[in-house]
Each structure stands twice: as C-alpha cells, then as structure tokens.
Design a protein around this ligand. Structure first.
Ligand SMILES: [Zn+2]
Ligand SMILES: [Zn+2]
Ligand SMILES: [Zn+2]
Length: 297
C-alpha cells in the first residue's frame, strides 16, 4: 500500500532521541526547499513533510528551541543535539517537519522543489517523482501548486439527503486577493453550508478552492428554497463584499435544467448498470434489490 494514503501516524525523532514527533502519514511531501535561509540552516536544501500544525504532536517539546529565522518564520532545533526539526510560519496553520527525522517508506519521493531560483550551482535539485491524486490534494492544501495552465486545490461536498431532482442549480465563483482573504471566504462558506443544511429544499453543495478562486455548485429543489437559505448568513457576507474592500472578483448565476437525464446505478449482485428513477426497486436483470438511489447532486 502507498504510505501517503494511509491515515496512520509517522513517528520520527531527533538524533539524541529527546524530541519525538508524530504526524499523519498523509502529510504532503517530501518537498525540497532551496531558499537561502534553508541553505544556511541545513547546509544544503531542506527536505520537509508539510502538514497542519494541529495534526503534529511533539514529545520532549521542552528540548526544542524556536529560532526566528525571518520575520515570517521560525525554525525549531533540538537544544541538546542540534537536529533541525521544523519550520513554521509565525502566522499560519502549516508546519514543515524535517524529513530526516523519519524512517520513510521507500515509496516516498521528492514531489516538489521550491525556491529553485536560489539554489547554488554545486548540487543538482532532486528529481521530482510522479504525484498521485492524494498527494496533489494534500500538497495543494499545504503548499499551493500551479503550472502555467492548471491550479490545483480541493473540494468538498455537503449533502442534506434530499433526493429530489434539482429545480435550479447555482454556479458561483469568487476570487480572494490573498490567502488571508481565502480563509475569510472559507469561514463564510462554512456558515453558509450550515444555513443551507437547515433548509429542507437544499439538495447539496460541491465547493472548493483552486488557487485563490473558490467555487460552489449548489442544487435546490426550487428557487424559493434557495432564496430562503441565501437570506441567512449569505446576506451578511454579501454586505461585507460590497461594503468593504473584500475579494478581488465574484460571479454568481442560477440555472434551471433543460433536461435531466436518467441516473445509472450498478447492481451490486449481477453488475448490470441499471437506469434508476424510483427507489426502492429491483434489478431488471437479476431481480435483486438495487442499492438506494443516490441524490441527483
Ligand atoms: Zn536531540
Ligand atoms: Zn527554505
Ligand atoms: Zn442485478
């Protein structure tokens, strides 16, 4: 099994063993940072695993000295043996933990080089291995990834259990000016989803961020239920948008279906792909009970 998709913890330690660290094995990386601070502090590049600070536990934290290496970051080292342990932003939720503290599975490879423009010429940057989808997601959460044509991000779905066909769907996007604004948009979004789930006509939302652009696709039984839900916290967020210098750009829209096609569900017994509309129902091929019909969105 690939180590990066399990939920078990990785356990690492400094050279003298006084400091131990536990972090999710799904932590993104290895990421190699070639910046000039890392050159000084590590002697060459800094190989790190990236995770949310809240998901990382330290034992022997009293042996860690945190050194402010730049206005934005501090670095932890073991006061006894000097092992470099981690880098963390002074403001921010992530932490970059030294890959060298862990006995990592052979399947783990460097997945990204950062600050290559500061790399000295005396060594070659490590070759970057192929990234799996899970690594894209965990790295995008921790450390934005971009190519000239693609920005990666993450998405989530929240569903009410309402299985009606959607009467309207809303498509929206909003662009944050920076990462702080992105967090502010996410906070609004969490509150909106709570309001939506309280509205019986709400079907589901798929929402997420790719880079600084957030998007939502929401499905509603009818427009009236959508209007009721948007009258709650969403109205507060809209006032901030128009009353303050909050967000770079935004677009909203509401769509009604021209056609809703049949939904196809696989029979768990004979494997036939069955068109389902009613629920419960039996497979037309083997007459076994079909699984419960999923929601339309
Ligand atoms: Zn130590
Ligand atoms: Zn660096
Ligand atoms: Zn069947």
């Amino acid at each position: 099994m690939r180590e990066s998709i399990t939920t078990e913890a990785l356990t690492g330690a400094c050279h003298c063993g006084r400091v131990r660290v536990h972090m999710p094995s799904a932590s993104a990386g290895v990421v190699a940072c070639h910046c000039s601070d890392c050159q000084k502090l590590h002697g060459n590049f800094f190989a790190m695993l990236v995770a949310e600070q809240t998901s990382v536990q330290w034992e022997g934290a009293e042996h860690i000295t945190w050194y402010r290496s730049s206005p934005a970051n501090e670095r932890g080292f073991c006061t006894h043996c000097g092992s470099r342990l981690a880098k963390r932003p002074v403001e921010g939720s992530r932490i970059m933990v030294s890959a060298g503290l862990f006995a990592l599975a052979p399947s783990r490879a460097v997945i990204k080089n950062v600050w290559l423009e500061h790399k000295p010429t005396w060594y070659q940057a490590p070759r970057v291995g192929a990234m799996g989808p899970e690594e894209f997601v965990s790295l995008a959460l921790a450390h934005p990834i971009e190519s000239p044509t693609a920005q990666y991000g993450y998405a989530l779905r929240a569903a009410s259990g309402n299985k009606s066909a959607p009467g309207v769907m809303a498509l929206t996007w909003i662009t944050a000016q920076d990462e702080t604004e992105r967090e502010r948009i996410r906070a609004h979004s969490r509150q909106n989803v709570q309001d939506f789930l309280d509205e019986p006509g709400f079907i589901s939302i798929v929402t997420g961020f790719a880079g600084l652009r957030g998007f939502t696709v929401t499905a509603w039984q009818d427009e009236a239920s959508m209007q009721r839900a948007l009258g709650q916290h969403h109205a507060v967020a809209m006032r901030e948008l128009f009353g303050e210098r909050f967000v770079a750009s935004v677009w909203t829209s509401v769509w009604a279906p021209t056609r809703i096609n049949r939904m196809w569900v696989r029979c768990a017994v004979c494997g036939a792909l069955e068109a389902v509309s009613d629920d419960p129902r039996a497979c037309s091929k083997c007459h076994s009970a079909m699984p419960e019909r999923p929601a339309f969105w």
